[in-house]
Design a protein. Structure first.
Length: 90
Protein backbone atom coordinates (compact mmCIF):
# COMPACT_ATOMS: atom_id res chain seq x y z
CA UNK A 1 0.00 0.00 0.00
CA UNK A 2 1.34 3.43 -0.94
CA UNK A 3 0.75 6.37 1.38
CA UNK A 4 1.04 9.88 0.01
CA UNK A 5 0.70 13.25 1.77
CA UNK A 6 0.11 16.52 -0.01
CA UNK A 7 -1.05 20.05 0.75
CA UNK A 8 -4.48 21.29 -0.30
CA UNK A 9 -5.92 24.78 -0.04
CA UNK A 10 -9.46 24.80 1.28
CA UNK A 11 -11.99 27.08 2.90
CA UNK A 12 -14.61 26.40 5.54
CA UNK A 13 -18.13 27.75 5.36
CA UNK A 14 -18.86 27.91 9.07
CA UNK A 15 -21.92 29.77 10.33
CA UNK A 16 -19.98 32.70 11.79
CA UNK A 17 -18.17 33.26 8.48
CA UNK A 18 -21.43 33.13 6.56
CA UNK A 19 -22.95 35.72 8.89
CA UNK A 20 -19.88 37.95 8.53
CA UNK A 21 -20.14 37.67 4.73
CA UNK A 22 -23.83 38.60 4.78
CA UNK A 23 -23.07 41.59 6.99
CA UNK A 24 -20.31 42.82 4.68
CA UNK A 25 -22.53 42.47 1.60
CA UNK A 26 -25.46 44.23 3.26
CA UNK A 27 -23.28 47.34 3.75
CA UNK A 28 -22.76 47.68 -0.01
CA UNK A 29 -25.06 49.96 -2.03
CA UNK A 30 -24.82 47.93 -5.29
CA UNK A 31 -25.93 51.05 -7.22
CA UNK A 32 -22.78 51.11 -9.32
CA UNK A 33 -23.44 47.52 -10.43
CA UNK A 34 -26.99 48.36 -11.52
CA UNK A 35 -26.13 51.58 -13.35
CA UNK A 36 -23.21 50.15 -15.36
CA UNK A 37 -24.51 49.34 -18.83
CA UNK A 38 -21.69 47.40 -20.49
CA UNK A 39 -21.69 43.72 -19.50
CA UNK A 40 -17.95 43.24 -18.95
CA UNK A 41 -17.74 46.44 -16.90
CA UNK A 42 -20.74 45.34 -14.83
CA UNK A 43 -19.12 41.99 -14.08
CA UNK A 44 -15.89 43.73 -13.09
CA UNK A 45 -17.72 46.14 -10.73
CA UNK A 46 -19.61 43.20 -9.22
CA UNK A 47 -16.43 41.16 -8.71
CA UNK A 48 -14.70 44.13 -7.06
CA UNK A 49 -17.63 44.42 -4.66
CA UNK A 50 -17.87 40.67 -4.15
CA UNK A 51 -14.23 40.49 -3.01
CA UNK A 52 -15.60 40.23 0.55
CA UNK A 53 -15.92 36.52 -0.18
CA UNK A 54 -12.16 36.04 0.21
CA UNK A 55 -12.15 38.11 3.40
CA UNK A 56 -14.95 36.09 5.01
CA UNK A 57 -13.81 32.69 3.70
CA UNK A 58 -9.99 32.74 3.57
CA UNK A 59 -8.09 29.82 2.13
CA UNK A 60 -6.18 27.64 4.56
CA UNK A 61 -3.56 25.04 3.76
CA UNK A 62 -4.35 21.54 5.00
CA UNK A 63 -2.19 18.42 4.75
CA UNK A 64 -4.10 15.47 3.35
CA UNK A 65 -2.88 11.90 3.56
CA UNK A 66 -4.15 9.31 1.11
CA UNK A 67 -3.47 5.61 0.87
CA UNK A 68 -3.48 3.88 -2.46
CA UNK A 69 -4.03 0.20 -2.81
CA UNK A 70 -6.65 -2.41 -3.44
CA UNK A 71 -8.22 -2.59 -0.01
CA UNK A 72 -11.24 -4.37 -1.43
CA UNK A 73 -9.15 -7.41 -2.42
CA UNK A 74 -9.63 -9.90 0.39
CA UNK A 75 -7.10 -12.60 1.35
CA UNK A 76 -9.46 -15.19 -0.17
CA UNK A 77 -9.43 -13.41 -3.53
CA UNK A 78 -5.62 -13.21 -3.44
CA UNK A 79 -5.32 -16.98 -2.75
CA UNK A 80 -7.84 -17.83 -5.48
CA UNK A 81 -6.01 -15.58 -7.92
CA UNK A 82 -2.67 -17.24 -7.16
CA UNK A 83 -4.18 -20.72 -7.49
CA UNK A 84 -5.81 -19.82 -10.81
CA UNK A 85 -2.52 -18.40 -12.10
CA UNK A 86 -0.52 -21.51 -11.17
CA UNK A 87 -3.19 -23.81 -12.60
CA UNK A 88 -3.02 -21.86 -15.86
CA UNK A 89 0.77 -22.26 -16.25
CA UNK A 90 0.85 -26.05 -15.54
Amino acid sequence: MIKRTFEVKTTQFIESSVEEFKCLLSKESWQEVFKTLEVNATVQVFMNTFCYFNAAFPYKSVCVSMSYGNKWITPGIKISSKNAFFEHIK
